[in-house]
Design a protein around this ligand. Structure first.
Ligand code: FAD
Length: 360
């Protein structure tokens, strides 16, 4: 696509972060274009898209969980109405206790009013879900669901493409000079460039010094011989039914090898997980295996802001394994900051981790 119109915000990357940021900027009257190469194994494309407000062994809730959940539900429903498609599906979750310690934590949390919206009743090992992993019972978890990320990203992509505001190509940071009064790229005058490159930001010359923590994740798509429940089954690893027979099973975490290639050990581990989480002796076959890199941060909070030394460059990244839940809320905060100059929430500001004026 060639465009001579000036661009207010050029968004690099059309994963969940870039898509949602671009959409909201446009809603706030900004002239936006996206550059995206369309890497098939982007984290957003292969993610299961699960929203789980109290994830992890400690069943701990992030301070912003409620607001993030409210915003995420409203945002995905709103876009569903606009595009006349359903992107987000509310689902119950059956969580199996991994240990007696986890049951103790559940008991403590269950009496805390802050957890009332998320923790349902417990069940013993003879009830709930009759899978081999149900050794000590579990509980019903509320407020969960999943985003069909593929469908969502395709809808946003078509929207920007139809308006000739999508460049389907690799963006090279070597092609720009951010010191000038305005940036010229591909024959266009650009006011701001925002990096939403996922793990590829690790090679970005302006932001690579941010304390990222990348992790490789793998996921299987499987077909079961028996009917599946509607609920997501979670035992640390999880099983997400997409219809009565097809489900996803994930996910692995690997911090050393970051090659985004599917591996045999992960396939074996996830097949074992599926055997543990499906009802006893259930049969299934593998339909697909995917690997991607989660763009996380060391302090588990995302990065949003303008580069301290290059005011035309910004970043929106670092969403780790919780992008579906957190991106709509933080994108809205970032858009308000960019367009109206409101302050960013402290937990996402770049200043929390940049001690001098150079991020790259
Ligand atoms: C196995 C796995 C399972 C997951 N499951 C879940 C889950 O259940 N729930 C959840 O909330 N999160 C999950 N995640 C995490 C989720 O995927 C991320 O939080 C989120 O997708 C990050 O989105 P992003 O837009 O920041 O990055 P990405 O999805 O990586 O998007 C970056 C985009 O930028 C493009 N790009 C980068 N650099 C350039 C360039 N120079 N030029 C052109 N294009 C470029 C890429 O092609 C890509 O499209 C999972 C991740 C993995 C790997």
């Amino acid at each position: 696509m060639k465009s001579q119109r000036p661009i207010g915000y050029l968004i690099i990357g059309q994963g969940l972060a870039g898509s949602i940021l671009a959409w909201l900027l446009e809603q706030h009257g900004q002239d936006v274009a996206i550059v995206d190469k369309g890497h098939e194994n982007s984290a957003s494309r292969i993610a299961a898209g699960i929203v789980n407000p109290v994830a992890g062994q400690r069943l701990a809730k992030h301070p912003q969980t409620e607001i993030c959940l409210t915003k995420a539900r409203a945002f995905y429903a709103g876009l569903g109405n606009f595009f006349k498609q359903t992107f987000y599906f509310e689902r119950p979750m059956i969580r199996l206790f991994a240990s007696e310690k986890e049951r103790t934590i559940w008991t403590e949390r269950k009496s805390d009013p802050a957890y009332f919206p998320f923790l349902g009743e417990s069940f013993s090992e003879n009830r709930g879900w009759p899978a081999p992993a149900n050794r000590t019972g579990g509980f019903h978890q509320k407020g969960c669901g999943y985003l069909d990320t593929w469908r969502f990203l395709d809808a946003i992509r078509r929207h920007f493409k139809a308006r000739s505001r999508l460049f389907e190509q690799e963006f090279s940071w070597k092609e720009i000079s951010p010191n000038r009064a305005h940036i010229v790229w591909n024959g266009c005058r650009i006011e701001h460039i925002i990096s939403c490159e996922g793990f590829r930001a690790g090679g970005n010359p302006y932001f690579s010094r941010l304390p990222f923590q990348f992790s490789k994740g793998e996921i299987l798509t499987l077909e079961s011989a028996d009917n599946l429940p509607e609920a997501i089954i979670n035992h640390g690893k999880w099983l997400l039914p997409l219809n009565s027979r097809v489900f996803k099973c994930g996910a692995t975490y690997e911090w050393h090898s970051l090659d985004a290639r599917p591996s045999d050990p992960a396939r074996e581990l996830l097949c074992t997980t599926a055997r543990e989480l499906l009802i006893r002796d259930a049969d299934f076959r593998v339909l697909a295996q995917h690997a991607g890199i989660r763009p996380g941060s060391l302090d588990k909070n995302p990065f949003a802001g303008i580069h301290p030394a290059f005011p035309r460059l910004g970043i929106f990244n670092g969403f780790g394994s919780r992008g579906v839940l957190t991106i709509p809320y933080y994108a809205e905060q970032f858009v308000r900051h960019l367009v109206y100059g409101t302050a960013l929430p402290r937990e996402i500001e770049l200043g929390r981790c940049l001690k001098n004026d150079a991020a790259g």
